[in-house]
Design a protein around this ligand. Structure first.
Ligand SMILES: [Fe+2]
Length: 254
């Protein structure tokens, strides 16, 4: 039986979707995870920024980084390069956010190293901006990491990269429930990146909330998909006056 403290709930790209976040946190609670890893983009797009921040801030043993949307909302990154929907949501969120929520987002860094793993929203090389999408990018980022595995978000796609001791690099697209082991290093996990997909705005044509579970005692990771109340969130988006497209896309997972 696993003891507490070795199972981590891994989640990213919540995007102010409280219904999806609640389902994911309930799932982690049922597993009795001992810690949490959050790869950023807590807000933006969705209708419940402060409520999501309150839930996340209350988590024990939380390792967390901010994403590009979090930075744009608090004015630490220019929202002008966002598409019109993302920019409209960032500006709406900026107006809604409490002083407490804003201060919390301002306290976060986009890259974090802990004794057991490293987190970056996008990549360790360019944490808020670069998407980790290819094996070439993974190789180019390896020298920026000292503690493996690396957890990332940003692409909203559940994916894993790993380099074997022989130098071969794999890109894996995990099915829900499929367990993937980190590459072996001399003293523990070797070069491996895990992306848990997106809690609040899936983009892989599966509208369910996506998250991951990392077992640090075995160096394994698995993805979970969870149903949540999509119509309820769509109704909130419309009531808030956010762009209609942000409601529609949730139903299609894109
Ligand atoms: Fe995101």
């Amino acid at each position: 039986m696993l003891s507490k403290g070795v199972l981590y709930g891994v989640f990213s790209d919540i995007h102010s979707n409280l219904e999806a976040l609640s389902v994911v946190l309930d799932f982690f609670a049922d597993l009795e995870v001992g810690g949490y890893i959050c790869c950023g983009d807590l807000v933006g797009y969705g209708p419940d920024p402060d409520a999501c921040l309150a839930r996340i801030r209350a988590l024990p043993n939380l390792s967390i980084v901010c994403g590009n949307h979090d930075l744009a909302v608090v004015g630490r990154m220019d929202a002008d390069w966002f598409n019109p929907y993302a920019r409209a949501a960032a500006l709406w969120t900026r107006r809604q956010l409490s002083a407490e929520g804003r201060a919390y987002l301002e306290s976060l860094t986009a890259r974090l190293e802990t004794p057991r793993f490293t987190l970056a929203h996008g990549t360790p090389r360019r944490p808020p901006e670069e998407y980790l999408l290819t094996t070439r990018q993974f190789l180019d980022n390896i020298d920026y990491v000292r503690v493996w595995p690396l957890f990332v978000g940003h692409s909203h796609m559940p994916v894993c990269f790993r380099r074997s001791p022989s130098g071969a690099v794999e890109q894996l697209f995990p099915e829900a429930g499929q367990e993937i082991a980190a590459a072996r290093g001399p003293d523990g996990p070797g070069p491996t990146a895990f992306n848990p997909g997106s809690v609040g705005q899936a983009r892989d044509h599966d509208p369910r909330a996506c998250c991951g579970v990392y077992d640090s005692s075995r160096g394994t990771f698995r993805v979970a998909r969870l149903e949540y109340d999509v119509p309820g969130v769509q109704a909130k988006i419309r009531r808030a006056g956010l762009p209609e497209y942000l409601a529609l896309r949730l139903a299609y997972g894109q």
